[in-house]
Design a binder for this molecule. Structure first.
Ligand code: HEC
Ligand code: HEC
Length: 207
């Protein structure tokens, strides 16, 4: 297991450095101006500029456009389900999704703080993982700043509300959120509730 995790980390890290020169929105075809107009219906929950004020609801500001489109598509097709969000995605066309993604990805994310009591444990898990328990280091895919890697489909998680991120880790662990592949299900499935609280608090403070 230890070797496998090390290999995954090395591959992900080298992928990240090779692709870092490409612009974040290389594949985005949406119009941010059109997206701004269409985002009125999203504002109640995600904020007009993608900075949500409710910690249970994700901020979208600064998220990779392709990831936003992939998640909206997953809700529309029922691969990801949520009582509040699924009905919103059902009525969106592909063009709407690309426009909304262009808008929210271009907005600056408001910085947040980590809980000082959790930050050391959180940083340790984020940067080193726990190979003995099958927890791959988050940094390998989500990067040192938590900005992810758009071309690999690794989302930006920096500055995200800890309550939302923790809820997602629990959904991966239970299998309710399938994700595009097994990566996050395997990792989250090996985490304790204390691990989840610490690492998501650390992520919330990343900028
Ligand atoms: C009534 C509240 C509400 C409205 C309105 C709403 N959303 Fe959401 N959205 C949510 C919630 C809650 C989640 C997290 C659901 C989950 O756990 O899967 C979410 C999740 C998302 C995600 C996934 C974020 C991630 O990091 O994985 C995207 C993208 C998204 N919403 C985009 C939109 C867009 C675009 C609109 C407007 C067309 C919109 N939402 C309108 C509540 C809402
Ligand atoms: C091998 C690569 C990889 C590693 C290592 C990894 N992740 Fe992920 N992570 C992903 C991918 C890919 C997704 C998107 C999966 C999907 O399709 O739902 C994701 C999604 C997430 C999300 C949901 C983001 C959102 O906006 O909904 C959170 C939170 C998250 N990861 C946290 C972590 C934490 C915490 C760790 C370390 C304990 C970690 N990840 C390690 C690849 C990885």
């Amino acid at each position: 297991m230890r070797h496998l995790l090390a290999l995954v980390a090395t591959l992900a890290a080298s992928l990240g450095t090779n692709l870092v020169a490409r612009p974040a929105n290389a594949q985005d075809t949406g119009s941010a101006d059109a997206g701004r107009t269409k985002a009125g219906v999203c504002a109640a929950c995600h904020g007009a500029d993608g900075n949500s004020v409710n910690p249970e609801w994700p901020s979208l500001a600064g998220q990779h456009a392709d990831y936003i489109v992939s998640q909206l598509t997953a809700y529309r097709e029922g691969r990801r389900q949520n009582a509040l969000m699924s009905p919103q995605a059902m009525v969106l066309s592909d063009e709407d999704m690309h426009d909304l993604a262009a808008w929210f990805s271009s907005q600056p994310l408001s910085p947040k703080e980590a809980d000082p009591a959790l930050v050391n444990r959180g940083r340790q898990l984020y940067t080193g993982g726990d190979a003995d328990r099958g927890i791959a280091a988050c940094i390998a895919c989500h990067g040192p700043q938590g900005r992810g890697n758009p071309l690999s489909g690794y989302p930006s998680i920096a500055g995200q509300h800890a309550a939302y991120s923790a809820a997602q880790l629990r959904l991966y662990a239970s299998g309710e959120r399938q994700g595009a592949n097994a990566m996050m299900r395997n990792i989250a499935g090996n985490m304790t509730e204390d691990d989840i609280k610490a690492v998501t608090s650390f992520i919330q403070g990343l900028r």
